[in-house]
Write a protein that binds this ligand. Structure first.
Ligand code: HEC
Ligand code: HEC
Ligand code: HEC
Ligand code: HEC
Length: 398
């Protein structure tokens, strides 16, 4: 998400390139990546920082920092022991080049700079020219998206496949795709032709229909069926064993099976969206598995609840950590929705987004919405906050 792009572009137009500016996230003199992406400033409580360290399973702070947790400046091209590559460990690749700043072997962000050029940010080319800053002359061909950046392996992060949106997608940006690592204008499989379909042990589907995921809006959607009761529980006290529970009860109006779409024989996918007290999107979960099979032996993930609704069960928690969903219609005041999800790191199940409790710390209420790609949407605002200490968030409605 861009924090202040318009203003930053203005600053850049007035700013004369000086040495030691962009090599840093923030050089202390008002220049660096943060002029356009300020979400790391201030550290772990801030959205972009929290997203990086939790979603990508980072435990070594020196992946970015140079001398332990919180040390500044944070450099884009190098970092301390345990890491070494800085931001380009993920946002770049190894082209066999050497840093002009410290003489060490480094990765380089050719693809990232191309993303910026594609988005009209041309200032990068004023310093990054062939033969300068350790770059080769002429520039090497940009490595395709399928080539892993240096940090896409253990023990650095849980990222493995630069073509897999399921691994890379941020929990709070608007889209459901990850990085355009090679800057060719397309992110991940299937959009980027240099990518092949990510294979994961949990892909058990044999259907060939394309499933369109549904994305959460930046702010809560209007016109959804409201719930008069509900709860949100995000428990992240135990790392690797995070839990999520969402409940919407007493759906205000009458709800039929078709208000939930049809994930059994149709193509309905779902999103679960969590907003904080200022209506900022803090968590986005996607369950886009209509007609899919789950578990061993494979069974349909979705099944009917008579003619009233649907239920979802996945023991591997592979769709953003969700293990079960119950969507039950009924007369006004009777319908309800329940969603449960968890991580179980010891079984390799880590897809439930984390860092959410920190993003909801001290929030005085929260709004949860369940969206469908082709049918109704549902909303609840939980106002009775029982806990919001940064590790756990529990709130209920009314
Ligand atoms: C002049 C403003 C500006 C500056 C300075 C800037 N960026 Fe960006 N950045 C953008 C724009 C515009 C986009 C494209 C829109 C988006 O993805 O939000 C972008 C996108 C990105 C992305 C997403 C790439 C993708 O594949 O989706 C990353 C990562 C990023 N920038 C990192 C950096 C880093 C690291 C620096 C510092 C070396 C930096 N940016 C400096 C404006 C800027
Ligand atoms: C993905 C890169 C990255 C990782 C990994 C990372 N940080 Fe940071 N961190 C940053 C950036 C960038 C800043 C902002 C620095 C600045 O504003 O100059 C920052 C700032 C901070 C700050 C605030 C420092 C200040 O003076 O404002 C703290 C504290 C912090 N990080 C702690 C941590 C801890 C603890 C870890 C390990 C669990 C960690 N960071 C891992 C990138 C990272
Ligand atoms: C004022 C000159 C300057 C500008 C403008 C500039 N950079 Fe840099 N950048 C540097 C220097 C110096 C380094 C450190 C290179 C080294 O020693 O390896 C660097 C390093 C980087 C790195 C890490 C390693 C590498 O060589 O790729 C990335 C990524 C990067 N810059 C991206 C950007 C992006 C994106 C922009 C435009 C938003 C940009 N830079 C604009 C000077 C600049
Ligand atoms: C462990 C790998 C990793 C490291 C290290 C890392 N990033 Fe990222 N970063 C990612 C991934 C993956 C995304 C993808 C988000 C998406 O598109 O959904 C991302 C997203 C971003 C974005 C958001 C772009 C947007 O507008 O959507 C910015 C800005 C960014 N990173 C900057 C940085 C900076 C600055 C550093 C170094 C301080 C850094 N990153 C280090 C993996 C990493």
């Amino acid at each position: 998400m861009l924090a202040c792009c318009g203003a930053a572009l203005l600053c850049l137009a007035l700013w004369t390139p000086a040495a030691h500016a962009y090599p840093m996230y923030n050089d202390g003199f008002g220049t660096g990546c943060f002029t356009c992406h300020d979400g790391f400033s201030g550290g772990p409580q801030h959205p972009l920082h929290a997203m990086h360290t939790s979603k990508f399973g980072i435990t070594e702070c020196n992946l970015c920092h140079s001398n332990g947790p919180g040390s500044t400046p944070v450099r884009t091209y190098t970092s301390g022991s345990g890491g070494g590559f800085g931001c380009v460990g993920c946002h770049g690749n190894d082209y066999g080049e050497t840093s002009s700043s410290n003489g060490l072997a480094k990765a380089s962000g050719y693809g990232l700079r191309q993303v910026h050029a594609n988005n009209g940010v041309t200032v990068c080319a004023t310093c990054h020219k062939p033969g300068l800053l350790g770059a080769r002359n002429p520039f090497p061909a940009i490595l395709p998206e399928s080539v892993k950046p240096p940090y896409y392996k253990a023990p650095f992060s849980n990222l493995r496949n630069p073509c897999a949106s399921s691994e890379e997608d941020s929990t709070f940006d608007v889209n459901l795709v990850g990085l355009d690592n090679d800057g060719n204008g397309f992110s991940d499989w299937p959009a980027d032709a240099t990518c092949s379909e990510p294979t994961t042990t949990t892909t058990t589907t044999s259907t060939t229909t394309t499933t369109l995921p549904v994305a959460c809006g930046l702010a809560p959607a209007g016109g959804c069926v409201a719930a008069d009761g509900g709860q949100l529980m995000v428990s992240e006290k135990a790392s690797g064993k995070e839990k999520l529970k969402v409940g919407l009860t007493k759906l205000h109006s009458a709800v039929t099976q078709s208000t939930f779409g049809d994930p059994v024989t149709g193509g309905t996918s779902y999103a679960i969206c969590v907003y904080d007290a200022s209506d900022t999107l803090r968590d986005e979960i996607s369950v886009a598995r209509p007609g899919d099979s789950c578990g061993t032996p494979p069974k349909p993930c979705w099944s009917l609840i008579s003619t009233k609704g649907y239920k979802y069960a996945d023991k591997t928690n592979s769709a953003d950590g969700i293990s079960k969903m119950t969507l039950l219609g009924g007369d006004a005041g009777k319908g309800k929705i329940a969603v449960g999800g968890k991580n179980n790191a010891s079984a390799g199940q880590t897809s439930l987004p984390t860092g959410i409790a920190a993003l909801l710390q001290s929030s005085t209420h929260a709004t949860v919405q369940i969206l469908t790609v082709d049918a109704g949407c549902f909303t609840v605002t939980v106002t009775q906050v029982k806990k919001a200490d940064g590790a756990t968030f529990i709130a209920t409605a009314p």
